[in-house]
Design a protein around this ligand. Sequence first.
Ligand code: 13P
Length: 286
Amino acid sequence: MTIAKTVDLVRAARQAGYAVPAVNIVDDLSMRAIIAAAEQAQSPIIIQTSVKTVKSMGAEIISGIFQHAASNVSVPVALHLDHCPDRAVITQVIRHGWSSVLFDASDRPLQQAWDETREVVAECHAAGVGVESEIENIVGVEDGVGSDEATHSYSNAKLVEVAQDTGTDLLAPALGTAHGLYKASPVLQYDRVAELGRLTDKPVVLHGGTGLSPEDFQRFIDNGVAKINISTTVKLAYMHAARDHIAKAEQTGKWEPVKMFDDINAAVQATVIEHIGEFGSKGAAA
Ligand code: 13P
């Protein structure tokens, strides 16, 4: 059984100078492929579920598949709820064994975000669940959550004040990245990570991993990022493999769903293994 705590994995990465890949799943196939990639590369891994995925698969089913898949590998695997503004969903996943949640309060005014984050931290910590906190909005809509506009940001001092006061474990600040595919080159805020690292020992999470270069990732890690989220790139690998398989089936007349699953599995695994290499976590669980 190698079910791990998100916060432990991220703190260990911060200390050793790499980032833990935090990869969004869409179903059981993608979950198994991501965990298999971690096992192959001997990397710790964080499986992330959006609220949409929790609603489409059901928390109990996700939890059951996760427990089974994670207990059959040697590497540490944690289960995390990505961007969640809905506190009822947080309560639900706590009951089903998630290791951590991202309470996304970026749609609230500062004082409300602050107060509610304090309450969520109390609820989660009472159950041994870690909290990532987002009070600024990270640009881009992911599975129906978020905004394409940068609506508000705060000073580093304010972010740290809120984090210390609420007791959150991980920080998700705006760092110039965006969820989804970039429409224009992002202005990446490496210095902000370093500055936050001087003000607090709480690890910093990088969102919007899709579209960044290996050099971008390395620079963020050098400045202290210890968890990197990727979603869109994995969805693309999944869907392109399905599309290519179906195009081939049209030509050959061979319609075998299980063979398509194999192709999707291979494509998702390859994408995750590539990112494990770029995040420096390869071999970290060996
Ligand atoms: P991308 O979809 O840009 O990879 O971002 C993922 C993410 O940050 C999930 O929270």
